[in-house]
Design a protein around this ligand. Sequence first.
Ligand code: HEC
Length: 167
Amino acid sequence: MLSRSAPRLCLAAALAVGLAACSGGEPSGDTPVADQAAPPVIKERQDNFEAIGGAFKAMRGELEKDAPDFALIAAKATDINARAGKIANHFPVGTGVDDGYDTEALAAIWQKPEEFKAAAGKLADESAKLASLAGGADKAAVAAQAMAMGGACKGCHDQFRLDDEKK
Ligand code: HEC
């Protein structure tokens, strides 16, 4: 009797895991990652950083002028602030450079998730400070805060972004 029920159990188990368990066939999930389409979130986050980089560049350009457009600097800082808020959600597990994708996201992001979150939080804080300072139109103070915000970029990149030159 036991020998008759065994195949049934096996079938039930196979159904539960997607029919592969008892067939001795291909185990699922071993398709090389490089053959899979990259998750869209990778491009999304790279576009977000691209825009952050563009906004930062624009404000530094303003700060090189004798009479910077402080409203523009405030707007760019506000944009960076909104984009900083998206960073933490742009890094689902399995989307790093070690997973075979075309990305500069290091495994450290998932090994030290709290630190990564804090680094994104720092950019949010520094950009918020910059946005409110820009209203005061004090060029030296605004430039100093822009530098501080740049430190938040570097602080995260040093730890969590692959440095192309070290490849
Ligand atoms: C919390 C961490 C973090 C902060 C803060 C951060 N970055 Fe990044 N940045 C990354 C990571 C990680 C990547 C790699 C993303 C990828 O390739 O998937 C990246 C990529 C980039 C890129 C390349 C985007 C592309 O096209 O692939 C630029 C440009 C950039 N960052 C600029 C900045 C600037 C400017 C700041 C500050 C104003 C900043 N980042 C702040 C983590 C951060």
